[in-house]
Design a protein around this ligand. Structure first.
Ligand code: NAG
Ligand code: NAG
Length: 233
């Protein structure tokens, strides 16, 4: 290799290393400031869930997932008139399967931005798997059914019933399961794009369900871009 070629290779690699360092610094900076970007609040969400469960109880619709989800979306819309949210859960084109960590369920995206997402997630027949180790805090508000979970080392299960919240902290991993007809309002806040590889891995390497991958990407990207254009990260 001539001296010229060696020096041009060296400058190419130093540029790459420089870009990587800037990207890393940007990620750490964003991680430290993403608190400022949150518009949703776990307590307020829990209040909306409680209100929809109370209404179901009052009207003899206990355990009716359609009734509860419908009322919950109405409550969310009232609580967050300015947030960009999808509230027509009867639109089948907005529902997708999700395979992640060996578990399978279906989801309806209510809100997705760079630092937050809010979805209806669950399964009509139940599921079981790995929660994933995430860079976001996850609040799993049970609407119907039951969820069980435990951390390695624990010999007894945690039990989450309608009205309770399973808060999975950043970095914590558990095995979890849900009984048939378990539905939940799942809220994650943190650095959402870093969660996506986990959300897509089973589709890429196991199910090879290209249509589901396409629709999941289409809906997620559409919502994230919609939020970015409104200045919501
Ligand atoms: C929701 O209901 C649960 C169970 O009844 C209760 O513990 C919790 O404090 C309520 N939270 C809100 C925000 O209303
Ligand atoms: C459950 O709620 C939905 C939506 O409100 C309603 O159409 C349906 O009849 C209810 N199911 C039962 C078994 O009451």
């Amino acid at each position: 290799m001539s001296a010229n070629a060696a020096s041009s290779a060296f400058s190419k690699w130093s540029i790459r290393a420089g870009i990587l360092a800037i990207f890393w610094a940007l990620c750490s900076y964003l991680q430290s400031i993403n608190d400022h970007f949150y518009v949703l609040d776990p307590e307020v969400l829990h209040g909306c869930v409680n209100a929809s469960l109370a209404r179901a109880e009052a009207q003899g619709q206990n355990g009716n997932a359609s009734f509860i989800v419908h009322n919950l979306l109405t409550e969310l819309d009232k609580a967050y008139p300015d947030a960009s949210m999808l509230t027509d859960y009867t639109d089948r084109s907005e529902w997708v399967f999700n395979n992640a960590g060996g578990a399978m369920g279906s989801m309806y995206i209510i809100h997705a931005s760079i630092t937050e997402y809010l979805i209806i997630f669950g399964s009509a027949i139940g599921t079981e798997g790995h929660t994933g180790r995430h860079t976001a805090d996850d609040y799993f508000h049970m609407l119907t059914g039951a969820e069980y979970a435990y951390e390695a080392g624990s010999l007894v299960r945690e039990e989450y019933l309608p009205g309770s919240v399973h808060h999975l902290e950043r970095g914590v991993v558990k095995q979890y399961s849900m009984v048939p007809e378990s539905w939940a309002l799942e809220y994650a806040r943190g650095w959402i794009p870093l969660m996506l590889p986990f959300g897509f891995a089973d589709m890429m390497f196991s199910t090879l369900d290209v249509q589901t991958m396409y629709h999941t990407s289409r809906i997620t990207a559409r919502e994230m871009i919609k939020n970015l254009l409104r200045g919501k990260f």
